[in-house]
Design a protein around this ligand. Structure first.
Ligand SMILES: *[C@@H]1O[C@H](CO)[C@@H](O)[C@H](O)[C@H]1NC(C)=O
Ligand SMILES: *[C@@H]1O[C@H](CO)[C@@H](O)[C@H](O)[C@H]1NC(C)=O
Ligand SMILES: *[C@@H]1O[C@H](CO)[C@@H](O)[C@H](O)[C@H]1NC(C)=O
Ligand SMILES: *[C@@H]1O[C@H](CO)[C@@H](O)[C@H](O)[C@H]1NC(C)=O
Ligand SMILES: *[C@@H]1O[C@H](CO)[C@@H](O)[C@H](O)[C@H]1NC(C)=O
Ligand SMILES: *[C@@H]1O[C@H](CO)[C@@H](O)[C@H](O)[C@H]1NC(C)=O
Ligand SMILES: *[C@@H]1O[C@H](CO)[C@@H](O)[C@H](O)[C@H]1NC(C)=O
Ligand SMILES: *[C@@H]1O[C@H](CO)[C@@H](O)[C@H](O)[C@H]1NC(C)=O
Ligand SMILES: *[C@@H]1O[C@H](CO)[C@@H](O)[C@H](O)[C@H]1NC(C)=O
Ligand SMILES: *[C@@H]1O[C@H](CO)[C@@H](O)[C@H](O)[C@H]1NC(C)=O
Ligand SMILES: *[C@@H]1O[C@H](CO)[C@@H](O)[C@H](O)[C@H]1NC(C)=O
Ligand SMILES: *[C@@H]1O[C@H](CO)[C@@H](O)[C@H](O)[C@H]1NC(C)=O
Length: 370
C-alpha cells in the first residue's frame, strides 16, 4: 500500500506530466498574448487565448513545441514592432508583409538572433537599411520590397554570408549599391527592380561571381555602361531582366551560352551590335530585345529553340531575310516590327498552331502575305 504522502507525490507528478507541454510553451504564449495586446486585440487574434496552445493558432509555426514562425501577412497591423517579439527565442521566420507599419528599419529585430527569414514587404518604412544590418547574421531571406526605403544599400549586406534571397524592388533608394554583393556566394535570387532613383551606376563585374544566382532583376534601376562579360559565368541563371535602363555596348558573346536561361529581357536600352551566336540557351522561353539598336540579321538558330514562345525584336535595325523552321512549334508571340527586314514573309508562319500574335509592320518586306 502506498502511503498517503506518496499518493500526493504521485498526483503532483501526474499533474506535472499532463501540464508539461503547456509549461514549455507558456513563455511563448505569454509573449504572443502581449503582442496581441500591443496590436490592440485585432479580430484575427480571436484564437489567441490563454487556454490554447499557440502551436494551434493559424499564424503560428512551431517546431518541436516551440514557436519558430510568425506569419502575419496582411493583418492590418499599424503599430510598431515591439522589442518583446525577440523574446520568442526560437523565432526563425517573421512575415509582416502587407501591413501599415511605418518608421525606420526595425532594429529591435537585432535581438532575434536566430532569425533566418524576414519579410517586411508592402509596408511604409522609410530611411536607409541600417549600416550594421549584418548583426542579423543568420538571415537567409530579406524581403523589403514595396516600401519607401531610401539611401544606399550598405556594404554590411555583403557580410550576411547565409543570404540566399534579397528582394528590394519598388523602393525609393536614391544612392548606391555595393559591388561586394558579388561576394554573397549563396545568393540565389536578387531583385532590385523599379528603383529608378538609384544614382546612375554600372553593373559591377563582381556580380559575375554569383554562380548560384538563378534570378536577377535590375529592371529600371538607372543602369549605365555595358553588360559585364563576367555574366558568362552565371551558370545557374534562369531569369535575367535588365529592361528599361541606359545600358550601352553589345550583348556579351557568351550570354546565350548559359544553358539554363529561360527569360531574358533587355528591352528599352541603348544596346547595339548583333545578336550573338551560337545560342546554346536551349530552355529559352521568352526573349525581349525590343527598343534597342541591334543590327545584323536574326540568327536562324534562334527559332530552332524548342521552347521559344515569346520573342520581341521590334524597334531595332535588324536586317536580312527571315525564315522560320517549322520546328518552332511553340512560338506564340513574335514581334519584328520597325526593323529593316527584307525578303518575303515566310509562308510557314501559317503552320505555327500556337501563334497568336505576329507583328511585322514597318519593314522592307517584298511580296504579299497570302
Ligand atoms: C481558445 O481558443 C481556442 C482556439 O485556439 C478555442 O477552441 C477555445 O474555445 C478558446 N477558449 C476560450 C476560453 O475562448
Ligand atoms: C530553442 O532554442 C533553445 C535555445 O535558445 C534551444 O535549446 C532549443 O533546442 C530550441 N528548440 C528548437 C525546437 O529549436
Ligand atoms: C484596420 O484597422 C483599423 C484601425 O487600426 C480599423 O479602423 C479598420 O477597420 C481595420 N480594417 C480591417 C479591414 O480590418
Ligand atoms: C537585446 O536584449 C538584451 C537583453 O537580452 C538587452 O539588454 C538589449 O537592450 C536588447 N537590445 C536591443 C537592440 O533590443
Ligand atoms: C511612399 O512612397 C509613395 C510613392 O511611392 C508615396 O505615395 C507615399 O506617400 C510614401 N509613404 C510614406 C509613408 O513615405
Ligand atoms: C534620398 O531620399 C531621402 C528621403 O527622401 C532624402 O532625405 C535624401 O536627401 C535623398 N538623398 C539624396 C542623395 O538625394
Ligand atoms: C569581396 O570580394 C572582393 C573581391 O571581389 C575581396 O577583395 C573582398 O575582400 C571581399 N570582401 C569580403 C568582405 O569578403
Ligand atoms: C540548370 O538547371 C538544372 C535543372 O534545374 C540543374 O540541375 C543544373 O544544376 C542547373 N545548372 C547548370 C549549370 O546546368
Ligand atoms: C537614361 O539617361 C537619361 C539621361 O541621363 C535619363 O534622363 C533617363 O531617365 C535614363 N533612362 C533610363 C531608362 O534610365
Ligand atoms: C540608335 O542609334 C541612333 C544613331 O546612333 C540614335 O540616334 C538612337 O538614339 C539610338 N536608339 C537607341 C534606342 O539607342
Ligand atoms: C521545354 O520545356 C519543357 C517543360 O516546360 C522541358 O521539360 C523541356 O526540357 C524543355 N526543352 C528544352 C529543349 O529545354
Ligand atoms: C534601314 O533602312 C533605312 C531605309 O530603308 C536605311 O536608311 C537605313 O540605313 C537602314 N539601316 C540599317 C542599319 O540598315
Amino acid at each position: 500500500m502506498p502511503s498517503p504522502f506518496s499518493k500526493v507525490l504521485l498526483f503532483f507528478f501526474y499533474l506535472f506530466l499532463t501540464l508539461m507541454p503547456f509549461l514549455v510553451i507558456s513563455d511563448d504564449r505569454t509573449i504572443l498574448l502581449n503582442l496581441k495586446q500591443h496590436w490592440g486585440n485585432p479580430p484575427w487574434t480571436l484564437s489567441w487565448n490563454s487556454t490554447s496552445s499557440p502551436c494551434g493558432w493559424p499564424e503560428i509555426q512551431c517546431t518541436g513545441g516551440s514557436v519558430t514562425g510568425l506569419h502575419l501577412h496582411n493583418k492590418n497591423i499599424t503599430n510598431s514592432i515591439p522589442l518583446s517579439i525577440c523574446d520568442l527565442k526560437n523565432l526563425t521566420v517573421l512575415d509582416l508583409s502587407y501591413n501599415y507599419i511605418t518608421g525606420n528599419f526595425p532594429t529591435v529585430l537585432y535581438n532575434c538572433s536566430g532569425l533566418q527569414s524576414l519579410d517586411l514587404s508592402g509596408n511604409y518604412f522609410i530611411g536607409p537599411i541600417p549600416s550594421d544590418i549584418d548583426r542579423m547574421s543568420s538571415l537567409q531571406v530579406i524581403h523589403i520590397a514595396y516600401s519607401n526605403f531610401s539611401g544606399d544599400i550598405p556594404p554590411a549586406i555583403c557580410r550576411l554570408p547565409e543570404l540566399q534571397i534579397f528582394y528590394l524592388y519598388r523602393n525609393q533608394f536614391n544612392g548606391t549599391f555595393p559591388a561586394e554583393i558579388g561576394n554573397l556566394s549563396n545568393l540565389v535570387e536578387l531583385d532590385m527592380a523599379e528603383n529608378s532613383l538609384f544614382l546612375p551606376a554600372r553593373i559591377p563585374p563582381e556580380f559575375g561571381k554569383l554562380n548560384n544566382l538563378v534570378f536577377l532583376s535590375m529592371r529600371t534601376t538607372n543602369l549605365i555602361g555595358k553588360i559585364p562579360e563576367s555574366f558568362a559565368s552565371l551558370y545557374n541563371l534562369q531569369i535575367l531582366d535588365l529592361a528599361i535602363n541606359n545600358l550601352t555596348g553589345s550583348i556579351p558573346l557568351e550570354l546565350f551560352q548559359l544553358k539554363n536561361l529561360t527569360f531574358v529581357s533587355l528591352t528599352k536600352n541603348h544596346l547595339l551590335g548583333e545578336i550573338p551566336t551560337p545560342i546554346k540557351s536551349s530552355n529559352l522561353f521568352r526573349l525581349d530585345l525590343s527598343e534597342n539598336n541591334f543590327t545584323g540579321s536574326i540568327p536562324q538558330e534562334l527559332f530552332q529553340l524548342e521552347n521559344l514562345s515569346f520573342v520581341y525584336l521590334n524597334k531595332n535595325q535588324l536586317s536580312g531575310e527571315i525564315s522560320i523552321p517549322i520546328e518552332s512549334l511553340k512560338l506564340t508571340e513574335l514581334d519584328l516590327s520597325v526593323n529593316n527586314l527584307t525578303g518575303s514573309i515566310p509562308m510557314d508562319f501559317w503552320k505555327l498552331q500556337q501563334l497568336t500574335h505576329l507583328i511585322l509592320f514597318s519593314n522592307n518586306f517584298s511580296g504579299c502575305l497570302y
